[in-house]
Design a binder for this molecule. Structure first.
Ligand SMILES: N[C@@H](CCC(=O)N[C@@H](CS)C(=O)NCC(=O)O)C(=O)O
Length: 372
């Protein structure tokens, strides 16, 4: 009897618990306003202070050093190149300059360090370079803790291509069964080549080199039927071949290569500072702010332009940068479109169409999150 009563009691208790769990609303969280609500409710003077740069961030290190150490290419014309006098130029090099202008107010306060295909990420993770701008593809593995990169917004959407001799008779990858292909080590190029040829059931022999000069030279000497890398790299490198017009780039795009700057994981203050310089370059183009009109645009009534140029909103301070950081960048380096045109546009030997790298408002996919 007692036992039966106990069983009934337990059953009732279980039912009660289940009922209360199902019926009772989940405990309401404390009535904390969302950040958006609190921002809207609090008068401007009571807004939380912009967080200062965390002590120990690379942002402080770069400021105290007085120069930015930037990992770049030195043999890819248009992207990262060095001339006989040691002057660096190129699309990626200009992003180094933009970061130096933002952080230090001087686009020339950059020490360039050659970053090879094989050692580029180690240079970042060991802290030997502050940032890498070297046609590096944002991939899952590189982004993960295994490699430890924190990728910046994509600054060039690319894809892998294949260069062949015009007189080879090759017009598509399908014609390359059994081909010998020159390719660089430590790159996504090497991995995609294997994936694409395997998927198509084509045999090939890779001939692998550690840098671009060695890779294209071997192709130029006739040691390979094809030379593969990012299409941007092919266009750039074609200008270095003995007879550029004897070669062509096949139509096919073998992969997605979103190229982006990278910093080391775990330093969000530094990552945010660099990230918003890249975003700022894109926004400046969208807002029509150029190196030529930036002073005039400081008087613009457009709220986005005001915040972009530090006339309103303390955007720089939130990042540990001067509020006029984008004025420095745009005055000294230009906006994204100016950087693109200077290095890759119609008045350069490359004449690369903007394609995906046009603004989202002009048929491309470049899109900066809001400056607010
Ligand atoms: N985007 C690819 C390929 C980048 C790459 O290394 N491309 C070659 C060919 S253009 C290059 O930049 N070589 C320059 C060098 O090794 O000095 C990646 O991130 O792995």
């Amino acid at each position: 009897m007692n036992k039966r009563l106990t069983m009934v009691g337990i059953s009732l208790l279980v039912i009660a618990i289940i009922y209360s769990a199902c019926a009772a609303p989940a405990p309401a969280p404390a009535a904390a306003p969302t950040p958006a609500e609190s921002a809207a409710a609090a008068p401007a003077a009571e807004q939380p202070a912009a967080p200062a740069a965390q002590a120990g961030s690379r942002l402080d290190l770069v400021k105290s050093r007085g120069k930015l150490i930037c990992g770049v290419n030195n043999q890819v014309p248009g992207f990262g190149n060095v001339d006989a006098s040691g002057n660096y130029s190129g699309f990626d090099v200009d992003f180094c300059k933009a970061v130096a202008a933002a952080v230090l107010g001087d686009a020339n306060a950059v020490e360039y360090r050659y970053a090879s295909g094989n050692d580029r990420f180690t240079l970042v993770s060991s802290g030997e370079v502050d940032v890498l701008f070297r046609n590096s593809t944002w991939t899952l593995t590189r982004d993960s803790a295994e490699v430890g990169m924190e990728f910046m917004p994509v600054n060039f959407y690319d894809g892998q291509g294949m260069m062949v001799r015009k007189d080879s008779g090759i017009t598509s990858l399908e014609d390359m069964d059994g081909a010998t292909i020159c390719v660089q080590s430590g790159t996504t190029t090497e991995l995609n080549l294997a994936d694409v040829f395997r998927a198509k059931g084509l045999d090939f022999t890779p001939v692998v080199f550690e840098d671009n000069d060695k890779t294209y030279s071997a192709y130029d000497e006739g040691r390979c039927d094809g030379f593969t890398t990012d299409k941007s790299g092919l266009v750039a490198t074609q200008t270095k071949l003995s007879n550029p017009n004897d070669h062509m780039i096949l139509e096919e795009t073998m992969s997605k290569e979103p190229l982006a700057g990278a910093v080391f994981q775990g330093d969000p203050v530094w990552a945010d500072a660099v990230r918003w310089v890249v975003n700022g370059l894109i926004q400046a183009e969208e807002s029509g702010v150029t190196s030529q009109n930036v002073s005039e645009m400081m008087g613009s009534a457009d709220p986005t332009v005001k915040r972009l140029l530090g006339v309103e909103g303390e955007m720089g301070a939130k990042l540990g940068l001067p509020n006029d950081f984008m004025v420095q960048v745009i005055t000294q380096v230009g906006n994204y479109g100016e950087i693109y045109d200077r290095n890759l546009g119609p008045n350069t030997p490359f004449n690369l169409p903007r394609g995906l790298n046009a603004l989202w408002t002009q048929g491309g996919i470049l899109y900066a999150p809001p400056f607010r």
